[in-house]
Write a protein that binds this ligand. Structure first.
Ligand SMILES: Cc1ncc(COP(=O)(O)O)c(C=O)c1O
Length: 407
């Protein structure tokens, strides 16, 4: 038997029937079909409220829409946050549909000229990832007769300790090495761009408050050093994000209130050059992961050489991360439950496998579940971030799942 991650708090004490924002999961499947992603908007709003309560007022909240760009969720999220961060021309369009361009920033390597032009024409902020991209953005602005709004994304000379995905402290396709960032800012200003500040993203999926506190303090210090080197104050310092969620057994939820307290303190001690700057954190999964549940029906129950397999109608083509094939080194189990048997003791060890003809398609590996039969609905939790859009949905030609918001 292998352990599963902890059920998110909203589900941990449910008994009997699984409900999502008060709605019966089985009824949702009956109404919308299986497999189905359900996102609880009230849970997302509660998470935003928790962030606001925990963080100093000076910290703006940006939502990285790569975590979940589902249009109804994005529309609900837009008025709750101060900015949207996008990573492609496609995401840019989604963001501009729900938020003014001045509140939209575009990060990511390899922005094509047409994407640069679309952002500049709309008035969104480009987080510039290289000296070459700075030159192409200035050229695109010249062609359009519009000054690009541009921040410089810095590849920091620090890393986020303990983070699942490190994006700093090393050679990187992301951002401009800290040693060269000031020169690129100066070239942007001299080229006629409107300089919007720094974007410094050191990593993601961190559960250790101490590591985040350390990184945020170092990021503030780096921003101050760079501002001194530029000789101008950055209008905005995007301090990155990295707030993680507990996916696996033994994971403990991040103490966001502790991070907020320390950040307030660090801000109060910030260097003079940052006195009038604005600040923001850019979060994806922490805002939406726990609000999403992937529901998938058992098609077949079979026994092979003593191992019980629950074969479901979903799989890694919708929820790649739960199969362990999205950025994890060792495969571990996400939290799972049987829709009609919440709170019941596990009775048998089963593997929950998807309908794809590949051994990679395993949503639960030797987990302990209550007795489950064909027709039952299995819930995969923490499906609100990096679910459908982070999965190879065209692989093997199965139908797309439905997505629905509740709450
Ligand atoms: C620049 C940037 N912003 C935001 C995020 C969102 O990270 P998370 O969903 O872990 O908060 C990422 C993740 O890779 C990122 O690269």
């Amino acid at each position: 038997m292998k352990p599963m991650g902890p059920l998110p708090p909203a589900f941990a004490h449910q008994q009997g029937v699984l409900t999502i924002a008060g709605e019966d999961a089985a009824a949702l499947v009956a109404a919308y079909g299986s497999p189905l992603f359900v996102y609880d908007l009230a849970a997302v709003a509660a998470q935003v409220a928790r962030f606001r309560a925990a963080m100093p007022e000076a910290i703006g909240l940006h939502y990285a829409i790569k975590a979940n760009p589902f249009a109804p969720l994005l529309a609900a999220m837009a008025p709750l946050v101060d900015g949207l961060d996008v990573a492609s021309g496609g995401e840019l369009e989604c963001a501009l549909a729900v938020k003014p361009a001045t509140a939209v920033s575009f990060a990511g390597p390899g922005k094509r000229d047409d994407e640069l032009a679309a952002a500049i024409a709309a008035g969104a902020t480009l987080n510039i990832e290289s000296a070459g991209e700075a030159r192409r953005a200035l050229a695109a602005g010249e062609r359009l007769g519009i000054a690009p709004r541009a921040a410089v994304r810095v590849n920091p000379d620090l890393e986020l300790r303990g983070s699942g995905m490190k994006m700093g402290g090393r050679a990187s396709p992301f951002g401009i090495d800290a040693e060269e960032a000031a020169a690129v800012v100066r070239s942007l200003i001299e080229g006629g761009a409107t300089w919007r500040g720094f974007h410094i993203f050191a990593g993601s999926q961190a559960l250790d408050a101490g590591a985040l506190i350390e990184t945020q303090a170092a990021t503030l210090a780096l921003a101050a050093r760079l501002a001194d080197a530029v000789g101008a104050a950055p209008p905005l310092v995007n301090l990155g994000g990295g707030f993680g969620v507990p996916y696996f057994a033994g994971d403990v939820a991040l103490d966001v209130e502790r991070v907020g307290g320390a950040l307030a303190e660090a801000l109060s001690r910030r260097a003079e050059v940052l006195a009038d700057s604005g600040f923001a954190l850019e979060l994806g999964r922490w805002l939406v992961a726990e609000a999403g549940v992937y529901l998938t029906r058992v098609v077949d129950r079979k026994v092979s050489r003593g191992e019980i397999f629950l074969v479901v109608d979903g799989g890694l083509h919708h929820q790649l991360a739960a199969s362990g094939n999205f950025g994890t080194v060792v495969r571990r189990n996400y939290p799972l439950a049987v829709g009609g048997r919440m709170g019941m003791a596990g009775e048998e060890e089963v593997s929950v496998v998807g309908c794809l003809c590949t051994p990679l398609d395993r949503l639960g590996d030797r987990v302990l579940l209550p007795r489950t039969a064909a027709g039952d609905v299995v819930a995969v939790f923490l499906a609100g971030a990096y679910g459908l859009t982070a999965s190879p949905s065209a692989f093997l030609g199965h139908p797309a799942p439905a997505e629905v918001v509740v709450g």
